[in-house]
Design a protein around this ligand. Structure first.
Ligand code: UD1
Length: 429
C-alpha cells in the first residue's frame, strides 16, 4: 500500500529521522515565528471581516492545518513567503471538524472568535499531543460566564450566544494558556468589561493580545495575572509580525549544551527565556547575548540540574523532554518535576531505550546521568518529545531512528536540514 501523504506535499506520515551519533553542534541558526503564537493569531483573524496579514509565519505542518480549518470556515488563506494573508468573509461557517481538530489541539482557538463574531461555534473535542487529559472545562465555564450557552454533544463543544456576549468577571483555577486566549478573543466583542483573573502570562498570549489591540480591541494587563477587556462593537483587519519561537530557540540552546557545542541563535528573545538560560548556565554553559539573539556554548560535560516546570515565567513544560535528555547524559543525579500537565513522561520509555537511567514517580522523574547513550529505534509521541529524542540521539553512540517525524514537522521547520548544517549526521527516510 502506498504511504499516506501528510498535508505537506513532501512529507509522509511514516517518515522517520535517522541519526548517527555522536556529533558536536557548532554554528548559527535563525529562529522564525512562534507556532504557539501564529496559530492563535490565525484563529483570531476570524474576528474581523477582510484581509489580515500575518508576517514571520513559520513553515510548519500546524500552520497548514490551521489554514485548512480557516478555509473550511470560508476564509481564503494565501501564503507568500513568510507572510500569510487571511481573507475572512462576512459570515464564516461555524463548525471545526474532528479530522482537523484531532490533529492539532490549537484548533479550539476558533471557539472564542466564532461565538463572539457569529454567535455560534461547534468545535470537535481535541485529541492533540499525548500529554495528559487536557480538559476544556475552563473554556466552557468562561464562555458561560460571558453569557454563552455551551454543552458537549456527539464529541463537539457547541456554544451559542445569538444575542451576543456580555462582560463578566472570570477567575481561572489554573492559568491555562488556551482558556485565557479563548476567553480574551471572545470578550473583545462582548458588551461591557471582562476581567480574567489568574490569566496566563505566556509571551504568545501577549502577542495575541497585541494583535487584538491592533485590530481595535481594548485590553489592559497583558503579561500580568489580571487581564481587563472592554468590549467593542467590531474589529478591523490588521497586519502583525509574529514573535519568535522561544521553544525552538530553547531547543537549539539545549542542543548546544547536550552536544558540548557552540550555537549562536539569531532571533532568540532572551527576555522570554530567562529561567531556562539560568538553568543552562548552572549546567555549565556560557550564555552570552548577541546583537539579535543569544550564543550558548560549553566545552565540557554538563552538570545535572534540578528543574520544576511552571506556567510562564517559570520553566516551560514544552522544554521538559530536553531537560530530561540533558540530565540523562550530565554529570550527577537530578530530579525533574512536571507541574503543568498530568502526564508528559511517555517519551521517558523511549529515552530509556537509548540507555538513559530514569525513574518516574508520579509527577517526578529522577535521573542518573551516564556518560553516553547508545543508539536504538525509538518513537516520537509529540512534537517536543520527538525533538528531545533527536537531541538525545545526537549524543548516543551508533544509529538511532526516530519514528513519527510528522510530530516534529508540526513544530520545527526543516529540523533535519538545520541539524546537518550544524554538523549532525541526520537524514530522513
Ligand atoms: C499551550 C501550548 C502548549 C504548552 C501549554 C502550557 C499551544 C498550542 N499549546 O497548551 O505547547 O505546553 O500551553 O504552556 O499554545 N486545563 C484544564 N482545563 C481547561 C484548560 C486547561 O484542566 O479547560 C489544564 C490542562 O489539562 C493542563 C493545564 O491546564 O494540565 C495547562 O493547559 P493549558 O495552559 O490550557 O495548555 P494549552 O493551552 O493546551
Amino acid at each position: 500500500m502506498a504511504p499516506q501523504q501528510d498535508l505537506r506535499s513532501h512529507a509522509f506520515v511514516d517518515d522517520r529521522f535517522r541519526i548517527e551519533g555522536t556529533a558536536r553542534l557548532v554554528g548559527e541558526v535563525h529562529v522564525g515565528g512562534a507556532k504557539n503564537s501564529v496559530l492563535k493569531l490565525m484563529a483570531a483573524s476570524l474576528l474581523a471581516v477582510g484581509k489580515t496579514n500575518i508576517r514571520n509565519v513559520p513553515e510548519i505542518a500546524d500552520v497548514e492545518i490551521m489554514s485548512e480549518l480557516l478555509q473550511r470556515l470560508g476564509c481564503v488563506v494565501v501564503r507568500d513567503g513568510s507572510v500569510l494573508t487571511i481573507d475572512v468573509p462576512a459570515t464564516p461557517a461555524h463548525r471545526a471538524d474532528y479530522d482537523l481538530v484531532r490533529k492539532m489541539r490549537a484548533s479550539i482557538n476558533v471557539l472564542g472568535p466564532l461565538v463572539a463574531r457569529i454567535g455560534r461555534a461547534e468545535v470537535a473535542l481535541p485529541g492533540g499531543d499525548a500529554i495528559g487529559s487536557r480538559g476544556l472545562d475552563f473554556h466552557i465555564k468562561g464562555l458561560e460566564a460571558l453569557g454563552a450557552i455551551a454543552h458537549v454533544e456527539h464529541g463537539y463543544v457547541i456554544a451559542e450566544a445569538p444575542d451576543g456576549l456580555s462582560g463578566a468577571e472570570i477567575s481561572l483555577d489554573f492559568p491555562s494558556v488556551g482558556a485565557t486566549e479563548n476567553l480574551m478573543t471572545a470578550a473583545v466583542l462582548a458588551n461591557g468589561i471582562t476581567t480574567i483573573e489568574n490569566a496566563a502570562r505566556e509571551p504568545d498570549l501577549v502577542d495575541l493580545g497585541e494583535f487584538l489591540i491592533a485590530m481595535g480591541a481594548k485590553i489592559e494587563g497583558l503579561g500580568s495575572p489580571i487581564i481587563t477587556i472592554t468590549g467593542v462593537k467590531e474589529l478591523h483587519p490588521t497586519e502583525h509580525t509574529t514573535i519568535t519561537d522561544r521553544i525552538i530557540a530553547g531547543t537549539w540552546a539545549f542542543a548546544a549544551v547536550m552536544t558540548q557545542g557552540d550555537i549562536t541563535i539569531h532571533g532568540a528573545r532572551i527576555d522570554h527565556m530567562e529561567v531556562m538560560l539560568e538553568k543552562l548556565t548552572s549546567a555549565g554553559a556560557i550564555v552570552t547575548s548577541t546583537a539579535d539573539g543569544v550564543r550558548v556554548k560549553i566545552d565540557h560535560r554538563p552538570t545535572a540540574i534540578d528543574v520544576a516546570t511552571l506556567p510562564y515565567p517559570g520553566f516551560a513544560t514544552d522544554l521538559l523532554p530536553f531537560i530530561i535528555a540533558l540530565n540523562s547524559i550530565a554529570q550527577g543525579d537530578s530530579m525533574v518535576t512536571e507541574n503543568v500537565f498530568e502526564s508528559r513522561f511517555m517519551f521517558v520509555n523511549e529515552l530509556t531505550r537509548l540507555g538513559a537511567q530514569i525513574h518516574v514517580d508520579g509527577h517526578h522523574v529522577s535521573i542518573h546521568g551516564i556518560k553516553q547513550l547508545s543508539g536504538a529505534p525509538v518513537e516520537a509521541t509529540d512534537i517536543r518529545a520527538g525533538a528531545g529524542l533527536v537531541l538525545a540521539a545526537l549524543v548516543a553512540e551508533g544509529v538511532t531512528t526516530v519514528d513519527g517525524a510528522f510530530h516534529i514537522d508540526r513544530g520545527y521547520p526543516r529540523f533535519a536540514e538545520e541539524l546537518v548544517r550544524l554538523g549532525a549526521h541526520v537524514s530522513r527516510e
